[in-house]
Design a protein around this ligand. Structure first.
Ligand SMILES: NC(=O)C1=CN([C@@H]2O[C@H](COP(=O)(O)OP(=O)(O)OC[C@H]3O[C@@H](n4cnc5c(N)ncnc54)[C@H](OP(=O)(O)O)[C@@H]3O)[C@@H](O)[C@H]2O)C=CC1
Ligand SMILES: CC(=O)N[C@@H](CCC(=O)OP(=O)(O)O)C(=O)O
Length: 343
């Protein structure tokens, strides 16, 4: 299947290139760059010097003629304009940005401070958290790939919410991300000396992934969910670790809680329930795994859920390929069997 990657000079884009090159059914037919059209891929990424690709202009007509599936790995606001043009030409779109994740355009405009896509296209979009929405994804031509923090958070949270074991009014999410999560753009606050030897919270007063987490969590408890979410930047390249704290509605034994997770993910090859030790970013680095660990605190009646992913893999490009596999009816692990890079 011929694919185009728009935003192919970015971190999400180059991870898509790596995965598509290793995928038996996907072909990289067009790498699009608005800033480096005409340049070789190896100029942006010398480690890919053996690949013969040249970046192409962003030409919707040509992309539509030469490819069937388009991955958009572009900053917020780009897909709002491009996706309707691609969909109008019958192309299948998997969008890595936040432009089509929120059902309510007003919510997108409030949290992203940008104009939302027309309702028609927001209604068409399917939320691409493959473990929970595979049935919808199989029929979708516009897939909104989840955000990196929501992926780690929701995979840890949904089994307990669905089982009605926790209080949805008290969800505290402490999240930490490596610096590739912020993309490859030049930004003074992301310089080595600003990030290294530092651990800093950001967007404490409101992160754009809050409404996304609340929207999906709300579907699993038929309530207006509000979460307390604070992200932190960690001096490492890749990885997200989410620690979620919530009170249990009754006293549950650890074995009961674990069985809820095992049942929820029994046919989900990318979710690993960690029973010895705790999830850590290094254990998933470079892979599409989400590692989940739980701890029941009998003393306080609270439960702690830990969830680790590689933000560029399960948090972005890996999940996008997983969605393509689900959509096309290919085995879900196709092209995604790479093991973590430890050490
Ligand atoms: N990094 C991560 O861990 C995750 C990222 N995401 C989301 O995925 C998307 C891509 O992220 P990431 O790869 O990190 O970002 P980067 O900043 O690394 O790359 C984005 C790319 O988009 C291209 N671009 C910029 N402006 C435009 C435009 N107007 N039209 C077309 N292309 C444009 C640029 O390439 P060029 O200049 O060559 O056109 C750029 O390389 C974002 O929406 C991000 O929020 C989601 C989950 C995780
Ligand atoms: C470390 C870091 O800065 N991470 C980014 C991740 C968000 C992202 O990728 O943006 P979307 O809203 O398109 O998902 C952030 O917190 O804004």
């Amino acid at each position: 299947m011929k694919t185009a990657v728009i935003g192919s000079t970015g971190y999400g884009g180059v991870e898509l290139i790596r995965l598509i090159e290793g995928h038996p059914h996907l072909e990289l037919a067009m790498l699009v760059s608005t800033s480096q059209a005409g340049e070789r891929l190896s100029r942006a990424y010398p480690h890919l010097q053996h690949l013969e690709y040249t970046f192409q202009e962003l030409d919707v007509e040509r992309i539509s003629q030469e490819t069937e599936l388009v991955f958009l790995a572009t900053p917020p606001g780009v897909s709002v304009n491009l996706t309707p043009q691609l969909r109008a030409r019958g192309k299948m779109v998997i969008d890595l940005s936040g432009d089509f994740r929120l059902e309510d355009g007003r919510s997108y405009e409030a949290w992203y401070n940008r104009k939302a896509a027309p309702d028609r296209w927001l209604e068409e979009a399917v939320y691409g958290l493959s473990e929970w929405f595979a049935e919808e994804i199989r029929k979708a031509d516009l897939i909104a790939n989840p955000g990196c923090y929501p992926t780690a958070t929701l995979l840890g949270l949904l089994p307990l919410l669905r089982a009605k074991m926790i209080d949805h009014r008290a969800l505290i999410i402490d999240a930490k991300s490596g610096v590739t999560g912020a993309g490859r753009k030049v930004d003074q606050s992301l310089l080595f000396c600003e990030v290294n030897e530092n651990l800093r919270p950001y967007k404490v007063d409101g992160h754009q992934h809050i409404p996304e987490i609340e929207q999906i969590a709300g579907r699993f408890c038929s309530a207006d969910v509000k979460v307390r979410f604070v992200p932190h930047l960690v001096p490492m390249n890749r990885g997200i670790l989410v620690t979620l704290y919530t009170p249990m509605l009754h006293k549950y034994a650890m074995t009961e809680v674990l069985s809820v997770y095992k049942e929820a993910y029994e046919s989900a090859p990318f979710v690993r329930i960690v029973e010895r030790g705790w999830p850590a970013t290094k254990a998933v680095q470079g892979s599409n795994f989400c590692d989940i660990g739980v701890h029941v605190d009998e003393r306080t009646g609270w439960i702690t859920v830990l969830s680790a992913i590689d933000n560029l893999m399960k948090g972005a490009a890996g999940q996008a390929i997983q969605n393509a596999n689900v959509r096309m009816g290919w085995p879900v692990e196709t092209g995604l069997k790479g093991l973590p890079l430890v050490p």
